[in-house]
Design a protein around this ligand. Structure first.
Ligand SMILES: NC(=O)c1ccc[n+]([C@@H]2O[C@H](COP(=O)([O-])OP(=O)(O)OC[C@H]3O[C@@H](n4cnc5c(N)ncnc54)[C@H](O)[C@@H]3O)[C@@H](O)[C@H]2O)c1
Length: 394
């Protein structure tokens, strides 16, 4: 039994009287790991900053961003924080996937160590998924964990990357190889940031939403299928609905499996093939969302070949991806992608994972099978059917 009382001048008194174990049972206690955090979706920077100010309660902020986001919104954010009386410092990484690296992580740690940021302060990751992941990983490591808030600025980060507490940097062997499960103190998505996003990044973000629709929500599929062009034109009403719905879906899936032991796994749909594709192309050549889109096509084709599909998902998915200019055929991929190269990129991942892969195979929107026994031959057949070249031939 523990009580804590506040004594005005001396600080906090904490009293404990912990009973010792009364039996020699092998399990002493069940340690609980529980994290809860709010996800806000707003339409203005000022509202986003209001939420942030309420959470940090006067603490100092270490803002981690990239130069592109900083150019667009950095001054406005800092002005709003000044108005709220918050002290802050900013570190800027280069835009894009190559910044999700051990080198940049080390740079961040060095910068934090030289700064006035202390234990009670907050990191604010202000940018796309790369910044949320790299900044979140630095937050997980610095002082054994500093509180952090995600302020995602891309569709991809608002519908997926900023939520769920997976933080990581890449390694030449495999994507996200070095990281942690470390939940943010809050996620604050200001949809108005999406106004300046280019069409390629809008589409890449839609890929992660399409994934959620296929694994978990026919209604979300319907919405995306009906509004894809509006969202590609930057319609903020449609994008806001996209982001809000994604938060609902992801929260539910993560809540039932926060450390990805089982039921969260459908969220990896498209990633078994997508991640190695990113590694083999060199991080940043193919955007994450583009790699996931193509991964979903391959994995859906495997499901079709196994006779699992209960609706014409290969056609539905291909048609939607083509409408938003996401890769749906081998011919859309960089030249270095062929079957041999894909296997070569997947092999180290298989080794790391105890020799096998888990594939997420869809049956219909809202129903997937997590399959461990997919063979290399099934992968080759499916990839060939959708136009991936055999080893190194043009
Ligand atoms: N942690 C997770 O659970 C999770 C989930 C999905 C994806 N991810 C990761 O997210 C990363 C991809 O994220 P991303 O696609 O956001 O990439 P990103 O962070 O590189 O952003 C894409 C580009 O958009 C620019 N940008 C950002 N906000 C902008 C804005 N408002 N206006 C104009 N330009 C803007 C950036 O400068 C960058 O050039 C990948 O590394 C992926 O692995 C993580």
């Amino acid at each position: 039994m523990r009580t804590a009382t506040s004594t005005r001048d001396e600080g906090f008194r904490v009293r404990d009287e912990v009973p010792l174990p009364t039996s020699d049972a092998p399990i002493i206690a069940h340690a609980v790991r529980k994290d809860e955090y709010p996800i806000y979706v707003t339409r203005t920077l000022s509202r986003a900053v209001e939420h942030l100010v309420a959470i940090v309660e006067g603490a100092q902020l270490a803002i981690i961003t990239d130069t592109r986001v900083d150019e667009l919104y950095g001054d406005a954010l800092r002005e709003a924080l000044d108005d709220a009386g918050l002290r802050h410092q900013t570190y800027r990484l280069s835009p894009g996937e190559p910044s999700k690296s051990r080198t940049c992580h080390d740079e961040l740690i060095d910068w934090l160590a030289a700064s006035e940021i202390s234990r009670r302060d907050f990191i604010v990751t202000f940018g796309g998924g790369v910044i949320n992941d790299t900044g979140g990983y630095a937050a997980s490591a610095y002082m054994r964990g500093l509180r952090y808030i995600n302020l995602p600025t891309t569709v991809l980060a608002q519908v997926d990357g900023a939520m769920g507490g997976k933080v990581a940097v890449n390694h030449s062997t495999a994507k996200n190889l070095i990281g942690a499960f470390y939940q943010p103190a809050a996620v604050i998505s200001n949809v108005a940031f999406l106004e300046t996003l280019d069409r390629r990044n809008l589409a890449a973000g839609l890929a992660e939403s399409i994934k959620k629709a296929i694994i978990a929500s026919p209604e979300y599929w319907e919405f995306i299928n009906t509004n894809a062009e509006r969202m590609m034109d930057g319609d903020l009403d449609a994008l806001e609905h996209l982001v809000r719905s994604a938060a609902e879906i992801k929260t539910l899936l993560v809540e039932r499996d926060p450390y990805e032991e089982d039921l969260r796994r459908p969220l990896n749909f498209g990633h078994t093939v997508g991640h190695p594709l990113e590694t083999l192309c060199g991080y940043g050549t193919l955007l994450h969302g583009e790699a996931v889109a193509f991964g979903m096509v391959v994995e859906t084709q495997i499901a079709a070949n196994r006779g699992l599909l209960q609706e014409p998902l290969t056609d539905m998915l291909g048609e939607l991806l083509r409408r938003v200019h996401l890769p749906d055929r081998g011919g859309c991929l960089p030249d270095e992608v062929h079957l041999g190269a894909l296997r070569h990129a997947m092999l180290p991942v298989a080794r790391i994972r105890d020799g096998s892969f888990l594939y997420v195979l869809p049956e219909r929107c809202g129903s997937t099978i997590i399959a461990s026994g997919v063979t290399w031959e099934e992968l080759d057949t499916a990839a060939t059917q959708i136009g991936v070249r055999p080893c190194g031939t043009h």
